[in-house]
Ligand binder design. Structure first.
Ligand code: AMP
Ligand code: TRP
Length: 332
């Protein structure tokens, strides 16, 4: 059976972008078809200025939401990254395989480092080495497929390069993984600025739909989405980014294809209205289940404890093998 691994950072409240770009496939497809692991990657949340209490709360919330979207601990493994030492242990070895130049070429690093400097802050070293930790997350489990949104493609490419290099130098140790993206909505855009990604660490903006937003808030945000000049409803990401984003969101929630849906609508107003209702209905069962799970924190804790135990057992032999292959003396 193929192995699937993916992760989500507790750096903000989870968004519709996270759901449509990644999480939806995890529960609908991956957990049924693969031996799948889904991880709240909390170590990655420490790469930028952070508040310890908030990271802790968001980690718990992300895990609860993963279960609320339908991940079933009988079918897959749900856990928190920092509960499994093998990630950090392997990350160091991969730092000895990846290069400084490769790290500095990462788009996400360049963007986030520039933003941090513009704010007058300093850039944490871990922001630079982040992709290596992500590679360790993936490679520790012999992962075949990594289901992620569009923005993670470059990081998975780097993971492949590092795996191939390690295998060539030290003997075959790692599986070389590939990325999978959803057919639509691999990159959900900010409703107020449809040329940039809907990101959860953005300001609590009117352009970001959060999974736990009340129906009224969802409606308001979508009805106020920035659309393009012109009035024709067409799917063209370059020329009409605003309308195209709405068509993709609608297609992702209702099924269907954004090009076909474009033909159904005469006005932006009716497209917005239907998109708003589709998103509200789409989120309703997730929010309901989230509420139930919040009433039973011991259940969520139990899932995470067992998940970490399972993950540890899966990762340890491969990480131990990597330690031996690279030339470190076994402890005996
Ligand atoms: P992150 O929020 O960066 O931890 O991302 C978790 C997962 O959600 C990754 O697979 C991302 O590619 C995906 N993702 C995040 N934002 C979006 C978005 N706006 N559109 C599509 N996928 C996204
Ligand atoms: N870097 C990913 C993001 O920002 C999160 C992540 C960390 C991840 N480790 C991973 C995703 C391993 C897939 C597999 O979204």
């Amino acid at each position: 059976m193929k192995r699937v691994f993916s992760g989500i950072k507790p750096t903000g409240h989870l968004t519709l972008g996270n759901y449509l770009g990644a999480m939806r496939r995890w529960s609908a497809v991956d957990q049924h078809e693969a031996d799948a692991l889904f991880c709240v990657v909390d170590l990655h949340a420490l790469t930028v200025d952070h508040d310890p209490g908030r990271v802790r709360r968001l980690s718990r919330q992300a895990a609860t939401l993963l279960l609320a979207t339908g991940l079933d601990p009988q079918l897959c493994t749900v856990f928190v990254q920092s509960h499994v030492d093998e990630h950090a242990r392997l990350s160091y070895l991969l730092e000895c395989v990846a290069t400084d130049g490769e790290m500095r070429r990462m788009i996400q690093y360049k963007e986030k480092a520039a933003a941090e400097r513009a704010r007058g802050g300093s850039v944490r070293l871990s922001l630079l080495t982040y992709p290596v930790l992500m590679a360790a997350d993936i490679l520790a489990y012999g992962t075949d497929e990594v289901p992620v949104g569009d923005d993670q493609t470059q990081h998975v490419e780097l993971t492949r390069d590092v795996a191939v290099r390690f295998n060539q130098r030290y003997g075959r140790t790692f599986v070389v993984p590939r990325t999978t993206h959803p057919e639509v909505a691999a990159r959900v855009m900010n409703l107020q600025d449809p040329t940039s990604k809907m990101g959860k660490s953005d300001d609590v903006g009117p352009g970001v739909v959060y999974l736990l937003d009340e129906p009224e808030a969802v409606r308001k945000k979508i009805m106020r989405a920035v659309t393009d000049s012109g009035s024709e409803v067409v799917h063209d990401r370059e020329a009409r980014p605003g309308v195209s984003n709405l068509l993709e969101i609608l297609a992702a929630c209702e099924g269907g294809n954004p090009n076909d849906l474009a033909g159904v609508y005469e006005t932006y107003g009716s497209l917005k209205k239907d998109t708003a209702e589709a998103v509200v209905e789409f989120l309703r069962p997730v929010q309901q289940r989230h509420k139930e799970l919040c009433a039973d924190p011991a259940y969520v804790e139990g899932v995470l404890r067992e998940g970490a135990e399972k993950a540890r057992e899966m990762a340890r032999p491969r990480v131990d093998a990597a330690y031996r292959a690279i030339g470190l003396l076994p402890a005996g």
